[in-house]
Design a protein around this ligand. Structure first.
Ligand SMILES: *Cc1c(COP(=O)(O)O)cnc(C)c1O
Length: 457
């Protein structure tokens, strides 16, 4: 193996010379060299210097069953030998795609009985854009084109996915968004709630959807897309009043509800899906990440009966798909991953045992002088780092404090992500209570180090 023989310094040099990482400031990275991750087991990573790191982010919100599951490797090997690849374009199918589709219909909310496969969450959202517009064409309502999304939403990095994102810094590169995608306010009570209670604020921001539909004209609006809990936007957890009102509006105006479950799906909230957590009935549901626990790339769109029936009964050929849609090896691994989650009752354990425990330990961090709010739901958590807890004054420039804290965490054996100046966790679902204690104690130590560096008492 190349990396057994090469020193870290040599690996970093080749990395610098030939590799362009995603969402990376190259000059900044090259100044210090990449941290080379070589191995992982359970909730821990090891880097090329042999340092052990607790992965509080489950990779990128995806390694739900944890690292090192032998069964998933065995299934991949067996499938590669039986049928490593075949497409499903020519009126064909194969057992792994069929089995995974059946399992998905079983574990996803009622009314979602079909799946269209992709290789990622971004491709799933590109598929959503095409499917939504195709659906309204088939209803003889071709003017319904606009998809309403939200500020701070994350829906991927392809042209359509990035357009759906509610992040101006992403839109600035590449002339985005594409036409017919508009954004409304997010349910970000901590910074936007002002003097409203969370319940009042939830209703107010939900009504922004109704206002936007009326402003655009309902005959032009096709769908609303949202994550149940906004992940990459900073683990923004909506007030309880928000989703019921959104659902009422979608129903009243007859627009499709697209619930992006790429992060919330497969147990992250302690329910199988964020839709179960909030009682949602999506028309379309993009999935990826936890679908395979990240062991192989695979995503998809769960398609509700109303849209599936239209495509099947009167759609003719759907002019969309990927070479690797329903890839046999990926499907086989995803099916085995879902069986692990189901048979080992991992989701139930998050709901009943470890989720409440993380919530309790996480909320204790709110007493830290830097922490303005410590919020969590299931295995998603955020700490808002602020300069002044009374008036929520933030540090300037935005983002610097978060990165400072993230680097202290990495150096002390913990991965937490920084979004603006919020510190984020999303650990593997198999993390134990004592490992949660370890996570909290490193987090507190690194908050102290961050405070000391900033000269905060
Ligand atoms: C990560 C993510 C995506 C994009 O998925 P990729 O596999 O990175 O393309 C889409 N939606 C949400 C909510 C995500 O978190």
């Amino acid at each position: 193996m190349m990396n057994d023989k090469m020193t870290t310094v040599a690996l970093q040099a080749y990395d610098r010379r030939h590799h362009l990482q995603p969402f990376t400031d190259y000059r900044q990275l090259h100044a210090k060299g990449a941290r080379i991750i070589t191995r992982a087991e359970g909730v821990y990573l090891w880097d090329s210097n042999g340092t052990r790191i607790l992965d509080g982010m489950a990779g990128l919100w995806c390694v739900n069953v944890g690292y090192g599951r032998q069964e998933l490797a065995d299934v991949a090997r067996r499938q590669m030998l039986d049928l490593p690849y075949y497409n499903s374009f020519f009126q064909t199918s194969h057992p792994p795609a069929i089995e995974l589709s059946r399992l998905l219909a079983e574990v996803t909310p009622a009314g979602l009985n079909h799946v269209f496969y992709t290789n990622s969450g971004s491709e799933a959202n590109d598929t959503v854009v095409r499917m939504v517009r195709r659906y309204w064409d088939l209803q003889d309502k071709p003017t319904k084109k606009i998809i309403i999304s939200r500020e701070h939403g994350y829906h991927g990095s392809t042209v359509a996915g990035a357009s759906l994102c509610g992040m101006p810094h992403i839109h600035k590169q590449g002339d985005l968004p594409i036409p017919n995608i508009v954004h409304i306010e997010a349910p970000y009570w901590y910074f936007s709630g002002a003097d409203l209670s969370p319940a009042e604020f939830g209703i107010k921001v939900a009504k922004a959807l109704e206002i936007k539909i009326n402003e655009l004209g309902v005959d032009r609006v096709a769908a609303f897309i949202a994550e149940p809990i906004q992940g990459a936007g900073g683990v923004i957890i909506p007030p309880d009043t928000y989703w019921p009102e959104i659902q009422r509006i979608c129903k009243q105006y007859d627009i499709l509800l697209v619930v992006d479950e790429v992060i919330c799906g497969f147990g992250r909230t302690g329910k199988w899906f964020g839709s179960d957590y909030f009682g949602l009935k999506p028309d379309l549901m993009p999935i990826a990440k936890g679908l395979s626990s990240g062991y192989v790339p695979i995503g998809g769109v769960m398609v509700g009966d109303r849209v599936a029936d239209a495509l099947i009964d009167k759609g003719g050929e759907f002019q969309h798909g990927f070479t690797y849609s329903g890839h046999p090896t990926a499907c086989a691994v995803a099916a085995a991953n879902i069986k692990i989650l189901r048979d080992e009752k991992i989701v139930e354990n998050v709901e009943r045992e470890t989720g409440p425990y993380l919530r309790k330990r996480w909320s204790e961090l709110a007493d830290h002088p830097l922490v303005g709010e410590a919020r969590s739901a299931g295995f998603l958590g955020a700490l808002e780092l602020v300069k002044n807890k009374e008036n929520k004054q933030t540090f300037q420039p935005e983002g610097k404090t978060g990165v400072l804290c993230r680097e202290f965490c990495f150096d002390n054996g913990l991965v937490m992500r920084a979004v603006r100046d919020a510190m984020i966790v999303s650990p593997p679902l198999i993390i134990t209570k004592s490992q949660i204690d370890e996570l909290i104690s490193i987090a507190r130590k690194c908050l102290d180090m961050t405070a000391a560096q900033l000269g905060v008492a």
